[in-house]
Design a protein around this ligand. Structure first.
Ligand SMILES: Cc1cc2nc3c(=O)[nH]c(=O)nc-3n(C[C@H](O)[C@H](O)[C@H](O)COP(=O)(O)O)c2cc1C
Length: 199
């Protein structure tokens, strides 16, 4: 690899962190980004790890959170009520960047965060929240769920929630033939620690 081929963040901790948040922000808007869909890990109520794909909906690098939308009737809200620690994994093969974020998850259902997010959802996306019964309910037939006709555009709002992950740890991995780069960023009590790790 020539000297010119190294990205500016290659040996720069601050730039690597900035690139991580920049990629996540891009993932919200850019459906083709490897960070548009992320894997969210929680703990089931018996402690079993549980991982699923979610669409990344919003990111605030300054405040250190990211958010996804979910159904209040699903498993995630109950899991988070019991164990708020959660993780997000994302890998963009084109960028060759893996991010592992850990923090505290908060469910927003009846507040301004949820209202603002609901106002931004399109009617097509709202259909998921109108299905009856709720997600995960066993069915006799594969198409056994009922999608009520929605004359009211806010039908389903009562089932909609925002899951916001307040990040306390971000692990960065950049793959490069000349040598991978791995770094750990941790936030605690208003201070931040940053260190390179052996990849
Ligand atoms: C591409 C893709 C995107 C998804 N996006 C979301 C999402 O944004 N929010 C969500 O709750 N589930 C989403 N799902 C469904 C979840 O992966 C999961 O099946 C569902 O939320 C039920 O999970 P739970 O029982 O652990 O709550 C998505 C699935 C795929 C394949």
């Amino acid at each position: 690899m020539s000297e010119d081929a190294f990205p500016a963040f290659y040996d720069d901790l601050e730039a690597s962190l900035a690139e991580a948040w920049r990629r996540l922000e891009d993932g919200v808007k850019n459906r083709k980004s490897g960070f548009h869909c992320v894997q969210l890990g929680t703990c089931e109520t018996d402690g079993t790890p549980s991982v699923r794909t979610c669409v990344l909906r919003a990111v605030d690098p300054a405040a250190g959170w990211l958010q996804v939308h979910t159904d209040r009737r699903g498993r995630k809200p109950a899991e988070i009520a019991r164990e708020p620690r959660a993780s997000v994994h994302a890998y963009d093969p084109a960028a060759k960047i893996q991010l592992r974020l850990t923090g505290t998850a908060v469910i927003h259902a009846d507040d301004d965060v949820a209202e603002t997010a609901w106002a931004r959802t399109r009617d097509f996306s709202r259909e998921c929240y109108r299905l009856q019964p709720g997600p995960g309910t066993p069915l006799e037939l594969p198409d056994g769920a009922d999608l009520p006709r929605a004359d009211d555009p806010d039908l389903g709002r009562e089932n909609f929630a925002v899951l916001r992950l307040h990040v306390t740890r971000l692990e960065w991995l950049y793959l490069a033939a000349a040598g991978h780069r791995r770094a750990l960023f941790e936030w605690s009590s208003g201070t931040r620690r940053a260190a390179w790790l052996v990849p």
